[in-house]
Ligand binder design. Structure first.
Ligand code: C5P
Length: 477
């Protein structure tokens, strides 16, 4: 049974269930409204708490009647038609999507071509379908990476047992599976197969895995099969149901927690020139700041990432501005304002040369010592936190080697920021340049100790807290 129905029937409130399964009320609400899928662990706890009434599979099917009404007009949709008798229904789906002026691209797999022809698909879609991974024409036209990226949603209809198995295993041996692996867009599967295949443990395992990976499903439905005397669950969902599921998913995508928010993130070290060939730097890799920029973009925010010199790739969906020195970073941050949220994860050099030498500094004959004249760099975080364009939420980082939380509390006040993410960078912990981080979130009213996790997880958790902060502050008093 659906979670929403169980809550109604059982008379439990979202809050009561949340405390039973050790999650937040907000999470239960998102699950109830079909705006999120639970992790397998959470789904297990929900199944236990509801006496088996709401199982992991009940989160699988999106109920088209729960459509958000946001509409799908004009959406960029990639339709993958794989091999199955239900492929004929996808021709109708193409027509319905075009009626709604969707920007439609179609991939027709080799199996799909056994059931519908590229000509009929092309005639209805208004452009020839893509069929081959190594087809020069496709690669010169848009290429598989653009096919994967330039869409708001991918629908696989029909989705065969084999294609689902490949997806669950991460295979990429043809155009469809490669695009499915390379995409960041939501994926909706409309499975269609013989009931025995649908019920097979291998298929069940794959469905559970795909669901855990965030893939959405519509159907399959119960009914007569194309094969004589066969009935059961395996029929592809009907076109109106698929349209409802698309509408629902697109509605969710446009209603992300930080949609409409502008975020500035600083990341990486700065390089302060000593002379034309030497500079002062530090060991910051930029991993934490880049992960935060990426998480903010995934949460729906418009993100500007101002980064010092790093060797990692620019995050997807983020405007990246590269700088060298602290002075450049300050200029870039000021130019990126105004914003709702600013997160200062960069390891800005505290000092720069009073005057960088124009020529390479030479060793002086006989001199064993050398003194560099340094002056303090501008404190970007402090200037922004105390400036007239202050974002509503300003978050700083503190790299400490002792009395981490105490020092962070003092730093929070001194800098004038709202939160400090403090971490212990004593060498033994390997935070600088590493992939893991154990941090403390220091706020005005409280501080939290987070367990050691990857920098990506720190970023996710921090953005979830940011989203919560905006949820709370916008709620009526
Ligand atoms: O004072 P401290 O360097 O420990 O402060 C760390 C925090 O301040 C970080 O968020 C860092 O990005 C920011 N900061 C800055 N400009 C500086 C020094 C630090 O934005 N010049």
């Amino acid at each position: 049974m659906k979670l929403a129905s169980w809550l109604k029937v059982s008379g439990n409130s979202a809050r009561e269930l949340a405390s039973l399964v050790e999650t937040t009320e907000a999470t239960i609400s998102r699950l109830k409204n079909g705006h999120a899928l639970p992790s397998m662990e959470l789904a297990g706890r929900i199944a236990e708490a509801t006496g088996g009434a709401v199982t992991a599979n009940d989160f699988l099917d999106l109920d088209p009647s729960e459509g958000t009404g946001d509409g799908i007009d004009g959406a960029r949709i990639l339709l993958i038609i794989s091999g199955g008798i239900a492929a004929y229904k996808s021709l109708d789906l193409i027509r319905r999507l075009r009626e709604r002026e969707c920007e439609l691209r179609v991939i027709l797999t080799r199996g799909g071509q056994e059931f519908v022809t590229p000509l009929s698909v092309g005639a209805l879609a208004g452009a020839a379908p893509y069929t081959d991974l190594f087809d020069a024409k496709t690669e010169f036209d848009v290429g598989h990476i653009r096919l994967a990226r330039e869409c708001d949603l991918i629908i696989v209809a029909p989705a065969t047992a084999e294609l689902m198995a490949k997806m669950a295993g991460g295979h990429a041996n043809d155009l469809a599976t490669t695009v499915l692996l390379a995409t960041g867009a939501p994926i909706l599967l409309a499975p269609a197969m013989n009931p025995h295949m649908w019920e097979h443990m291998a298929t069940r395992r794959n469905v559970v895995q795909l669901k855990a990976d965030g893939v959405s499903f519509i159907g399959p439905n119960a009914g007569e099969m194309a094969e004589a005397n066969e009935a059961g669950i395996g029929r592809m969902a009907e076109v109106p149901e698929i349209l409802g599921a698309i509408e629902n998913l697109l509605g969710q995508a446009s209603a992300k927690p930080l949609t409409g928010k502008h975020v500035i993130v600083t990341s990486g070290p700065t390089h302060e020139p000593i002379d034309p060939v030497r500079y002062i730097a530090n060991r910051s890799s930029g991993k934490q700041g880049h992960a935060i920029a990426s998480a903010a973009a995934r949460a729906g925010a418009k993100v500007k990432l101002v980064t010092g010199p790093v060797e990692i790739a620019d995050p997807l969906g983020v405007k990246t501005i590269r700088v060298e020195s602290a002075a450049d970073m300050l200029k870039a941050v000021e130019a990126a304002l105004p914003a709702d949220i600013a997160i200062f994860a960069a390891a800005v050099a505290d000092w720069r040369m009073a005057q960088a030498a124009e020529q390479k500094l030479k060793k002086k004959p006989g001199a064993q010592e050398m003194t560099l004249d340094l002056v303090q760099n501008p404190d970007i975080l402090k200037l922004v936190a105390r400036g007239h364009k202050r974002p509503e939420l300003v978050i700083g980082f503190a790299a400490e080697t002792q009395n981490v939380v105490e020092n962070a509390k003092t730093k929070r006040r001194a800098k004038g920021c709202d939160w400090i993410v403090a971490n212990d960078v004593a060498h033994a912990r390997g935070v600088m340049g590493g992939t893991k981080n154990a941090v403390h979130l220091v706020m005005e009213e409280a501080s939290e100790d987070w367990p050691e996790m990857t920098k990506d997880q720190v970023a996710e958790k921090l953005m979830a807290r940011v989203a919560e902060h905006f949820e709370v502050t916008k709620a009526p008093a």
